[in-house]
Design a binder for this molecule. Sequence first.
Ligand SMILES: [Zn+2]
Ligand SMILES: [Zn+2]
Length: 346
Amino acid sequence: MRAVILSGPKKLDLIHVKNPESDGKNVIIRVTACGICGSDLHYWELGVGMDGLPGLIMGHEFCGMVHDPGNRQDLKKGERVTALSINPCGVCKNCMSSHSNICMDGLKRPNPGNNSPGAYAEYISVRPDMVRKLPDTVSEKEAALIEPASVALHAVTLADIRIGDSVLITGGGPIGVLCAVWARIHGAGFVVLSEPDVYRIAFSKEQGFFDQVLDATDTDINKKIRKITCGGADVAIETSAAEAGIQTAISSLKTSGRLVMAGISFRPQSVPTLTVTMKELTIKAAFAYVPSEFDLTIDFLSKKKISIEALVTSEIQLEKVQHTFEQFGLKNQKNMKVLIRPFIYH
Ligand SMILES: [Zn+2]
Ligand SMILES: [Zn+2]
């Protein structure tokens, strides 16, 4: 099959590799769409996957059709499916207490697209109990967004939003926008975005995901947010993992405000401890999602309770992946979520 491998820093190669082998257990999925994630960009810059090794096939936000149902007798060849790209042990303290997203053994185990073959390929082999059937009412674009939407749902759930709360989101990438969607479902009264990228500012204004969109490069940004939230936001969800975003989130929160850190940076970022302590802020961190959040996302999409398809701004073939990653590094890139379509030829 054709697959894109990460062969070195900023280097992706389209090569032929052996198809995943049927073992009577795992489900083999013919990939129809796979999203490019911000974490994939980190791996691309470093040239290695989570295990520090080159040669990774990335891609953990995918959907497709059953090619081999493995031991899932309820699945038929050709049926539309997606899968959770996590691999919790199921027996550790965290797994046993509904926190399988932070399974104590989780990151050492094979995780598709992070340290074992992902979906930047024509086929992927996945753990059978992680496969989910896709309702007919969920489109291909939506299906590829279930994974990042679950990440956002997890962050918003931790934010403990109360009806009418003002919510600041720093970072207007796909996760930031998806957090806004869930924040509304949770009852947020006012949702404001702080984002530095011109394209992403325009995108969010046009799509109406937020009540207000502010330019993060504005030197008065913190003052403006405090003003429009009448003294400070109740909740901030930080998705940029950039120092400026973290500073804005902390400075713009009201006293006793709540911050959820959902962005991941591979480098340490500083936190203004004086402001944090003097405001007695509550800080939580969010990582990935639990299966019930993934299932709830599918349910909400199938019933049209959330509308997120607009986040997909382009679809590319495997041949274009390297080029697209290079574009992402440029200041004038014009994309939110890019989907790879391994079987669509133009
Ligand atoms: Zn992702
Ligand atoms: Zn575990």
